[in-house]
Design a binder for this molecule. Sequence first.
Ligand SMILES: [Zn+2]
Length: 435
Amino acid sequence: MGRTLNRRTIGVTFLVTALLLLMMTPGAKAAAKVRVGLSVSGSAVEIGGSGLLLDATGHVIAQVDDRSSLELTASGGQVWLSGASFPVLHAVPSRSGAGSCLQVNGKPYRGDLVVSAADNRIRIVNELDLEEYLLGVVPLEMSPSWPLEALKAQAVAARTFALRNANRHQGDGFGLCDTSHCQVYGGVSAESTTSSIAVKDTAGLVLKYNGGLIDAYFHASSGGRTETAGAAWGHDRPYLTVVEDELELSGPYASWQESFSPEELGVRLAEAGYPIGPVQQLEILERTPSGRAASVSVRGSYGTAVVAGTRLRQVLNLKSTLFNVQEDTAWSEQLKITVLAQSTKGSFVTSVASGTHVVTAGGPKILSSRTSGDVSRGGGGRAIVLKGRGYGHGVGLSQWGAKVLAENELLADKDFFTQILTHYYKGVTIEPYSF
Ligand SMILES: [Zn+2]
């Protein structure tokens, strides 16, 4: 009897799983294409690998094979090959698949290449299927050594981001760039077995809210609480709210600390357009709903500035805006010497520890705390210490959070990535992008 029940339970589970899989399998429509602008600099490029070079009307201009590559150059808005010029050239691989790709300066890429010229600069757009593009994105956005369910969550977020931003660089002549401005994309050489499995296991799946693609933002570490899109960038999204993320606090960015001398803060702020002198006090005036610094009052020797938390993060290169300010008294025992430094950006005042080697016009010199003249004691030995949590803007999926969630669910079913995604993106559905 027990055995029968067991079988029935297993049968029902199998049926439900099969139905779920059917619902999640993308339709038979042609896959979406992406147009990625490759970071190629200069006026010449070498196209290698295996394929054909065609002009705009589809005539074969040249053949590319494994033994000989072609050098294309840009001049006067035209692409030049062996003395002939073309407004645009298309390179198509002779066969599909990773084994017979075209190469750009020795680096293999799936799909086609479109070569054009912007004045005397070569421009290369890699046109390929969205799913093939993701194979070269996911391993660069999340370590392939991380749990598969976390990689699957990353794959769905990256796919959603790519479709939602497919025309972000329309004015530049392509769709997405290959840097962190859009998503880091490295072509075939970036691909890794585990992340490719994550892309294939989630093929076609995207995140939607009220039937539309979401802004699938992600970041390295939430520090225990995610941020709303409104607080970070001024445009709220109902699915990007504050999410409690305590599990995340076991990650490497659970806490961080940065110490600054008053002079160092003064110099950094002056370079950013706030000439208020050595900084005496930092005070958080306002916090966002997740507890991040929204605005900070910075009091210097010559004035006070109110700086947005996100701006201060840029200026001081902080890991996040989730921080507290304190004054470190232990630090005051270190002797600091204020020196006038000359750099390519001009001259400014900075401080160094006593005993530091500096190179002067008269050669290397060790500074002692008793040195006088052009070198003097300064800063009062105080430090302003920022103690914080998390890494990144904090909006949407936390990558370290996804990793910890997946690690804590070792016996999780193979669709656990959906739970990771709905933890970070509230009220969303996960469905194929075409039916
Ligand atoms: Zn971009």
